[in-house]
Design a protein around this ligand. Structure first.
Ligand code: 6GU
Length: 303
């Protein structure tokens, strides 16, 4: 996968040179390029914003800078043609590793183009890169979207600051990109940079080969719609608290049932909306429903 990020604060993306994303870069599963939007600014002050049409507070990022920037990122032209790849901060990072997947038959992401017919996209649009525009006015970013983005070959992130980017930039970019305006939650950040770090981490960990254990994200929160229950490690007793006995029983059928129940219990407690939705979609088993009914019963007897 290739990721391009356009921002007026390239320094925000230093964390990508560490930990998991850096691992993906080291394993040649990922290339990351960070571009300073000001490279496309003209005029003495290299300004990237202007006052909002119709009045109001703050500033709006101007289409005359964003337009050429996104053209160059899509085409690999201009400053993009000579941009430096982000490198891992780890020593020896650019030497091949014993677990390097290149040449092991992993053949890229061509078969899973994510098309959104609701946006008037046609199947041939699958060749276009996905332009992710983080904004509190976007549709909610979910684990399902992370999975879809992880199957893409080329993601471009456009970080807005101030009140946002002139909407014509986003509308017009649909000629060269599949555009996704996404929000990471119901609160307002100062700019899109931190949201891009969040989205990039959620996506990169799902690229095949990035996580050590191929099945470890099959058990993630949200992979089956529920949040995960609690987890434990040794020692079996710590400060007078015991690891739940079932986890030490070696009975994997019992353990699976217990984990499912813990997951249901925690989801009901922190995200009752998820339980309601899964029930409406008939996505809960008879066992699940029985356990939830039992929880409701217990709650009744305690009140
Ligand atoms: Cl994606 N961007 C900004 N600027 N603020 C946000 C957001 C994104 N998601 C929630 N708040």
């Amino acid at each position: 996968m290739r990721i391009d990020v356009v921002t007026i604060f390239p320094g925000y993306f230093e964390p990508l040179r560490h930990a998991l994303v850096a691992k993906a870069v080291e394993k040649n599963l990922l290339e990351v390029y960070i571009h300073n939007l000001r490279q496309w600014a003209t005029g003495n002050h290299k300004s990237v914003d202007d006052s909002p049409c119709g009045g109001g507070p703050g500033m709006v990022m101007t289409p005359t800078v964003w337009g050429p920037a996104l053209d160059d990122v899509a085409a690999g032209t201009g400053p993009v043609s000579t941009a430096c790849r982000l490198t891992s901060a780890a020593p020896h990072a650019n030497k091949p590793r014993h677990d390097d997947l290149s040449g092991t038959g992993f053949s890229g992401y061509t078969d899973t183009a994510w098309i959104d017919p609701a946006r008037g996209e046609a199947p041939c649009d699958g060749d276009k890169p996905v332009l992710v525009v983080p904004t509190p006015a976007g549709s909610p970013f979910t684990q399902e979207q992370a999975r879809q983005l992880a199957a893409e070959k080329h993601l471009v992130f456009a970080c807005g600051r101030y009140e946002g980017i002139d909407q014509r930039v986003i509308d017009e970019a649909a000629a060269r990109y599949r555009v996704r305006e996404v929000s990471i939650g119901d609160y307002v950040l100062i700019g899109g940079e931190v949201a891009v770090l969040v989205i990039a981490e959620a996506v990169v960990r799902l690229i095949p080969g990035v996580l050590g254990n191929a099945t470890s994200h099959e058990q993630d929160s949200f992979s089956d719609g529920l949040v995960e229950g609690p987890c434990y490690t040794k020692p079996a007793r710590w400060r007078g608290r015991d690891v739940p006995e079932v986890l030490l029983s070696g009975n994997h059928a019992l353990i699976d049932t217990w984990r499912r129940e813990q997951s249901l219990r925690r989801t009901l407690s922190v995200r009752p909306d998820i339980i309601d939705r899964l029930a409406d979609d008939n996505a809960l088993s008879t066992d699940d429903l029985e356990y939830l009914a039992q929880l409701a019963d217990d709650a009744e007897h305690h009140s």
